[in-house]
Design a protein around this ligand. Sequence first.
Ligand code: MG
Length: 245
Amino acid sequence: MKQISLLSTAFFLLITYTMEAQDGIPQVTEVHEPVPPVVTPGVGTAPPSDAIVLFDGTDLSNWEKRDGNPAEWEVKDGVMTVMPRTGDIRTKQGFGDVQLHLEWRTPEVIKGEGQGRGNSGVFFMEKYEVQILDSYDNHTYPNGMAASIYKQTIPLVNACREPGEWQTYDIIFMAPRFNEQGRVTHPARVTVIHNGVLVQNNVEIWGTTQFIGLPQYTIHEERLPLRLQDHGDLVSFRNIWIREL
Ligand code: MG
């Protein structure tokens, strides 16, 4: 009997609440917590106030080689450029879920074709590559073109600018989650906006980028460096900033 009266009270309260919500008491549906922190947006593509600036045109102090030695890419006139055969560079700091802004430029003078033309890449957690390539009127396998998840997902459209022009990537990367047994519980996901155009829409990453063979996941740390690729081409970068999510 007591249970029935409790149940009917709960039912009565639910009905009253629903009626109040529908009866036009606006406060019922207001949510007051949490209050988002204030972020001052940047002007144009400048970093917002809570971003970590990874390259502002002055030096490579936030970067190193994969063996931990100082990065050797060229910095000149506010731009950094791959110094071929000095190797990839990575951030000294590790990151997990992020929003990344990065500007890149492939050489104006076209040399090579397919994968040999303006090739670089941005690797999240050093493992998952969003391809950088001169894909302006340059045929290659589409899951290896600019803005592809390399050897995985083809971009929705080809939004490449002409060689020699600056291009932007705005990327939201969500790191994979693993359980205690080392199994993936949530694969990594990525959204890529290339020159203001959505090209990867919250797509799942199938595992570590592989040149040969199929991608697969191996358990790793929650935060790992961001890496830029030395593929032997003179690809340049500027205005790189990142926000931890
Ligand atoms: Mg590449």
